[in-house]
Design a protein around this ligand. Structure first.
Ligand SMILES: C[S@@+](CC[C@H](N)C(=O)[O-])C[C@H]1O[C@@H](n2cnc3c(N)ncnc32)[C@H](O)[C@@H]1O
Length: 336
């Protein structure tokens, strides 16, 4: 399943379908035929001196090289194709540089059209001392042709709170462009509520009736009533439903415990920044159909390929690191 990049050949479409290509992105892309890929979902390096980055290039070289990659990406995309470009910010000599804005200008210059600027919110992450915490990333959804693109809204609708409003569709609404993806099981959420109710009971049983305590009780009661009303007005039963309604909350994979990190089985090398699968699932569902080809041009641990495979899409990944390619191969094969 891993294809080593061969410098002398051009690829034909079926050579790279359902393959992980171990090679340098620009050189591989240049050998791919035009108009062959439906969706590219990717996250480049953020120029943060991570282990997999090219340490010898300066920031201007980094942008120049990525511009070439984006240009080739446009060529391999189908006429109605799209690219999802995930970046955060980088830090240069103590100054924050917003990579989303910087790359947007490059995409615009190369004739892409922005459909949405998605904010993906998570917990954890950097802990700087001289500025606020950065707790979100950007996913720029750009299309090759502004009049022709895939948007399977029915596959990604989310529950709406306002079922009584006749203007609102009962099968759900469009997700917002601000994605808080909640991965907790509903039963865990219920247990959390139970434990909070326990604390609430304790407060009631406290005999002293001081002013602050009364305000606190009033606040909590109002909150609980609001939440319960929201929940009870929804159609499905609590256990089948996300209690946060239209909000999904998903944390980054790097926040999970050391034990659960995605590692190479022999060398134990772990990928530092895998995509969360649910983020990718929503993107693949909305931007491609069954049997379409989904490509990640910096595929790392292979999350995009794994999810694309599960959703019956064809897939392809490119990464220059042999061990990451091997991790990806195992993840795609195992389907878990
Ligand atoms: C941010 S990570 C992507 C992680 C991936 N989204 C996942 O789910 O695991 C970037 C990846 O790009 C690869 N990479 C960086 N520059 C590259 C280049 N010029 N050619 C090929 N791969 C490259 C790195 O090895 C790294 O695995």
């Amino acid at each position: 399943m891993i294809l080593k990049d061969n410098k002398s050949k051009k690829y034909v479409k079926n050579t790279f379908e359902n393959k992980i290509i171990c090679g340098e992105t620009l050189s591989v892309l240049k050998k791919m035929p035009a108009n062959s890929v439906q969706t590219i979902i990717t996250s480049p390096s953020y120029f943060l001196q991570k282990e997999y980055e090219n340490k010898s290039e300066n920031f201007q070289d980094y942008l120049k090289n990525h511009r070439e990659i984006i240009k080739e990406s446009r060529r391999v995309l189908k006429k109605n194709g799209a690219i999802f470009w995930n970046v955060a910010q980088t830090v240069q000599e103590g100054e924050i540089l917003p990579l989303g804005a910087i790359f947007y200008n490059i995409f615009k210059d190369l004739n892409f059209f922005l459909k949405n600027w998605i904010i993906w919110k998570f917990e954890g992450g950097e802990c700087p001392r001289t500025r606020l915490f950065g707790r979100y990333e950007n996913v720029l959804w750009l299309v090759k042709n502004k009049d022709e693109f895939i948007f399977n809204i029915d596959d990604i609708r989310v529950p709406t709170k306002w079922l009584k409003d006749k203007r609102v569709r009962n099968d759900g609404k469009n997700p917002e462009d601000f994605w808080i993806l909640d991965d907790r099981k509903n039963i865990d959420k219920l247990n959390l509520i139970k434990s909070k109710l326990g604390k609430y009971k304790k407060l009631i049983s406290e005999k002293k009736k001081d002013y602050v305590n009364q305000i606190l009780m009033d606040e909590i009661t109002r909150d609980i009533e609001d939440q319960l009303n929201d929940m009870l007005e929804t159609k499905e039963k609590i256990l089948n439903k996300n209690l946060q309604d239209n909000i999904w909350h998903i944390n980054r994979v790097v926040n999970i415990s050391k034990k659960e990190k995605i590692k190479h089985p022999k060398t134990k090398k772990a990928h530092p920044c895998p995509f969360p699968e649910r983020l990718i699932e929503r993107i693949i569902k909305m931007s491609s159909n069954k049997n379409d080809l989904v490509l990640d041009i910096f595929s790392g641990s292979g999350t995009v390929m794994k999810v694309a495979n599960q959703l019956n899409r064809k897939w392809c990944g490119i990464d220059m690191d042999k061990e990451y390619c091997e991790i990806a191969e195992i993840r795609v094969k195992n389907k878990n």
